[in-house]
Write a protein that binds this ligand. Sequence first.
Ligand SMILES: [Zn+2]
Length: 133
Amino acid sequence: MSCSNCQSPERTLYGPGKHPALTNIGLGNWIDLARCELCGTLWCSSPYEPYAAFEYLARWEFTADEWDQWHAADAGQTLRLWHAAMIREHWLGLAEDERARVDEHRRRSSGHNPIDNTQVFGAAEARSLLPKR
Ligand SMILES: [Zn+2]
């Protein structure tokens, strides 16, 4: 059964718009880590242009310590590529109204977003970006 607050584990991604109530537990370089107090699931958030106004949440299946380590390794660069890859891989699974908000972001960003600009945001699979355990 999914969490009544963050819908984990059924849900993997939140697009721009309504997000569940989360507690911030890790502040990074344009990427943060937050926890659902109801179920303990960790979510990785990052804002996208324009104006850093389009925030997405991707479910973080590892520990907070691992998030800290992988952020520290290159000031969050690989984590941000991972986050962008999660958007690319999961946005089509969102509900129709949420996909509409992603499409609005794609229009407002003039293509500068993880779905339309793989030169900037990479094209690797999310799973391939994180260190092996
Ligand atoms: Zn939850």
